[in-house]
Design a protein around this ligand. Structure first.
Ligand code: SF4
Length: 460
């Protein structure tokens, strides 16, 4: 068994319920709970995070009661860490760190901020999951009162979170990318800027493969403005080596994530929900890159051990699905697995956070190039190709597109990408919009997923 477990023996791999984790947690020795702290090397009692899902459900994350979780210690560590991110951001403020909101580009700006000492970057964009996880419409209703209602993506929850001042501390600086990206989120950013009265805008260009150099020059110029603002805020001059170190750290996270995705998609050794959480860790490392890196090492050791000992957590013979656009409701992934499917390819609009940053290039140019590889700043055809390559490699048998009601890119490109996938891979495609936050998946969506999986089964 992996040395990361400090002698604790993981049970036979399984996806377990909320109640089963409660029972299993009784077997975790107290000494083990003391081992894991965020913001390492800090070891203060306030920074422990190895808690079972029950703790977070009591504090409002009620949807956890309906999900299924991987039963390894590494996964428990992942869930504890991810679920206490709000607390971590407030602690960051208490211990004198600068809390920097980066918005809209999902990946590259966090690498810049991370190069500054005692700065913690985070994407408020990720609070789009909060209404689902808390089974509450409070943030969406708050956003509606501020002018952005149902015709916009669930990411409008970020605006509600800014207005509430209780989901994360008021940032020391807000940096917002806009341009060739998501219209819905640009609208959210505009209202955040109006609400907070301050925002540093970063122009992001459309990808034009024949024109990469001028585009990356434009981004580098934009990044210089960001660096000046951060230097002024922190009183620190950014050195090339600090930036190179931040890139190396981001690449370490991205490399481990790539291997974990491969192990999950090809060897079925991690469930879809955990892998989605891992993928999204590439955005801002859940506000603590050092501890997130340690958690990834633990997950990797667990997954490699399961592969070597042939202990999958999901039946390898399950129906192989590709998934386009992250499901705002995480219960959808649990449901698909419960119904006999597994995920083998994803395009969750975060390609810019998954590709390796080229360490042989000047650092700012390399970060700019990683941005240019993004999911949303190119054509729909290019986005389709990102998915098709993976789906082909992992022999996906069907594609699910979970759209967002009002999400502009979904309305415009879901059908187009679906038909490209049908044409090139000759596999069925199911497209639906994710319903608003609720305790359960609505009956119509369940029926459509069931019928779709039945169709895939009949094609075997
Ligand atoms: S899910 Fe789509 S519509 Fe919503 S913020 Fe992200 S890119 Fe924009």
């Amino acid at each position: 068994m992996t040395g990361f477990n400090f002698g604790y023996q993981d049970p036979v791999p399984a996806r377990i319920t909320f109640e089963e984790w409660d029972d299993l947690f009784q077997q975790i020795p107290d000494e083990l709970i003391e081992k894991f702290h965020y913001f390492p090397p800090n070891q203060d009692a306030w920074s422990k995070y190895l808690f079972p899902p029950q703790v977070f459900a009591i504090y409002g994350a009620r949807h956890l009661r309906r999900l299924k979780f991987d039963n390894s210690l590494a996964a428990l560590r992942l869930w504890g860490f991810v679920n206490n991110e709000s607390e971590r951001l407030f602690r960051a403020r208490q211990i004198g760190r600068r809390v920097i909101a980066v918005m809209g580009d999902l990946g590259p700006l966090a690498v810049l901020v991370n190069a500054f000492p005692d700065c913690v970057p985070f994407y408020p964009d990720c609070w789009w999951w909060t209404p689902f996880v808390m089974e509450s419409k409070v943030l969406l209703e708050t956003a509606a009162r501020l002018g952005i209602g149902e015709a916009t993506c669930y990411s409008r929850a970020a605006l509600g979170a800014f207005a509430k001042h209780s989901y994360f501390p008021d940032p020391d600086l807000i940096i917002a990318a806009t341009g060739a990206s998501c219209d819905d989120y640009s609208g959210v950013e505009n209202l955040v800027a109006r609400l907070t009265g301050s925002c540093l805008w970063v122009e992001t260009p459309l990808r034009q493969p024949e024109n990469i150099e001028p585009l990356s020059d434009l981004l580098v110029a934009e990044y210089h403005r960001v660096i000046s603002a951060l230097e002024e805020l922190t009183g620190t001059h950014l050195t090339e080596s600090a930036l190179a170190q931040s890139i190396a750290q981001a690449n370490a996270v991205r490399t481990m994530t790539a291997r974990l995705r491969q192990l999950a998609y090809q060897d079925a050794v991690l469930p879809a929900l955990e892998i989605m959480v891992i993928e999204f860790g590439c955005l801002h490392y859940y506000s603590d890159i050092a501890e997130w890196t340690a958690i990834l090492r633990h997950l990797l050791a667990t997954a490699e051990y399961r592969r070597q000992t042939r202990q999958p957590v999901v039946p390898p013979e399950a129906l192989r699905l590709a998934w386009l656009t992250p499901p705002a409701d995480p219960l959808l992934l649990t449901y698909a697995e419960d119904q006999g499917a597994r995920i083998v390819a994803t395009e969750y609009v975060i390609n810019q956070a998954l590709t390796l940053i080229d360490q042989s290039q000047p650092p700012l140019t390399a970060i700019a190039r990683s941005h240019i590889d993004g999911s949303l700043n190119g054509t729909s055809r290019e986005r389709a190709e990102m998915l098709i390559r993976q789906a082909q490699a992992n022999r996906a048998e069907g594609l699910i597109i979970s759209g967002i009601l009002g999400g502009s890119h979904c309305a415009m490109e879901s059908r187009l990408i679906g038909s490209l996938v049908r044409e090139q891979l000759q596999i069925p495609v199911l497209e639906f919009d994710v319903a608003p936050p609720n305790r359960e998946i609505d009956r119509q969506t369940k029926t459509r997923i069931d019928a779709f999986l039945e169709l895939l089964r009949s094609r075997r």
